[in-house]
Design a protein around this ligand. Sequence first.
Ligand SMILES: CC(=O)SCCNC(=O)CCNC(=O)[C@H](O)C(C)(C)COP(=O)(O)OP(=O)(O)OC[C@H]1O[C@@H](n2cnc3c(N)ncnc32)[C@H](O)[C@@H]1OP(=O)(O)O
Ligand SMILES: CC(C)C(=O)C(=O)O
Length: 558
Amino acid sequence: MLQNPASKYRAFPPVRLVDRTWPDAVISQPPVWCSVDLRDGNQALIEPMDIARKMRMFEQLVAIGFKEIEVGFPSASQVEFDFMRKLIEENRIPDDVTVQVLTQAREPLVRRTFEALAGVPRAIVHLYNATAPVMRQVVLNMSEDEIVELACSNAQLFKDIAADYPETDWTFQYSPEMYSDTELAFSKRVIDAVTAVWQPTPEKKCIINLPTTVEHSTPNLFADMVEWTHRHIERRDSIVLSVHPHNDRGTGTATAELALMAGADRLEGCLFGNGERTGNLDVVNVALNMYIQGVHPGLDFSQIDDIRATVEYCNQLPVHPRHPYVGDLVYTSFSGSHQDAIKKAFSARQEGDIWDMPYLPIDPKDLGRSYEAVIRVNSQSGKGGIAYLLESEYGLQLPRRLQIEFSQVVQREMDASGKELTALDLWNLFQREYGIDSARTPQYRLSGASGTVAISGEFCVDGEMRSLSGEGTGPIDAFVGALAEASGRSIRVLDYAEHAVSAGANAQAAAYVELRVDDTHVVYGVGMDANIVSASISAIVSGLARAPRTQMEAVAAV
Ligand SMILES: CC(=O)SCCNC(=O)CCNC(=O)[C@H](O)C(C)(C)COP(=O)(O)OP(=O)(O)OC[C@H]1O[C@@H](n2cnc3c(N)ncnc32)[C@H](O)[C@@H]1OP(=O)(O)O
Ligand SMILES: CC(C)C(=O)C(=O)O
């Protein structure tokens, strides 16, 4: 890289629009959406779509709800031409959808384009020519006057050819290609000249489309350009003002949103931002940004993963796991503090509440995604995430101090393996750690009267089944007394919790006891059983088994 990039790159000149209004505008309604997946997206593919893939994409776009779809560049190739013919001849265009096609401002290409459209009920025919200085001087070698003449003569050709097909409802669209790099006054001159030819009316508008063919400036400067154009072009009430952002600086979405605030009525872009170089505007991104502000975009992404699968198939390109709204990982938190906040917010949330979820801007369920992947556990995770997974997948509501204790067990496991742990891995680790997988169902009898309970039966002590009996104020108290005597250890119950198990764990009750053993160890034990007293007894056995004996205690016990 250069020490002084200014020796090679120039700063984008600001627009002196001192009375700009767009910064205070609020997006409160969706724009007219136009998908260009089948044209700008398609022309950027390693292998452009064949007719079958184009048809699949077209049907997907219709299903999403696009009413304007640029289906191709019919003069570019036989596939493009034939696809247009197939749509028309097989009557594949729904009554509420208008197809759009693009052509360069070159007579043979314009004629071939109209030929492809013969018999279409309605269509947008899209004309473009480059207007930026570098294109005028280096590529086309034309003066400003010649560029205006090129645009106008082809605009006139549109009118003339369209007159030969009176049965079609035509809409004309013009793009000054590289508008974002063109002097504003010159763009206005070309646009006004083209609309002077077309003579649109408020009842029969034309579309003027402003592309950031290559994105060079910050989105606020583009917004200034759009607002300037919006306020200065002639026949504005007879024009649908459209923008066509690309994403070279990674700010295509912001460019589109600020352009809408600056006066644009219509957006062109592709699903998940496919398109030339870094892509076209990601229309899904903009639409769902509206949705999470409470504005329905008029497009349906309620099965976003199915849409992604179609797009990946048609484009033969993967969608990145971190792509906004759709990537595999975008609803997943690995880090402890995020997981803790999400778990608490899910618990606090009531049906019908406004969505106010830390770290989740949208409810994944609205897009057909589940909560399953919201929390995943790796070495960056904490107790909140672990507890969330055990609760959501296995119905366990671990008391807070047990969460802390078990998270240290998980952390040790994670440090050893360095791998992510799934909910099933956590459940297996939990069962192993608390002896749930190896617990034997206690066999016992309870009896008693006037505040005293007696228990007797076969219980597991230090891995062996032994006959125990004892008395206490309740079954737990009675069992703790019997167990303390049999094991020779002092046992005090510090905390006790139980609940019915709602999901997954294959037992109806879970009991958690926090024990102080030998006045030296504080440990949790967990028991699960169909019967709550049995679950509690198993929890005490589990806790005692987890409290290590010191060497002195072990010798004394022998
Ligand atoms: C920003 C955008 O995405 S615009 C859309 C771009 N999309 C595409 O290009 C995909 C489809 N394109 C194609 O299939 C082909 O490029 C075609 C059929 C349009 C044209 O093909 P070709 O005639 O072989 O020309 P080529 O692709 O090399 O285009 C460059 C030529 O077009 C000329 N050109 C570009 N625009 C115009 C215009 N409006 N009028 C006259 N000539 C033009 C260039 O000056 C250059 O001419 P040169 O070869 O004499 O120097
Ligand atoms: C033809 C125009 C709209 C285009 O695709 C671009 O400039 O990116």
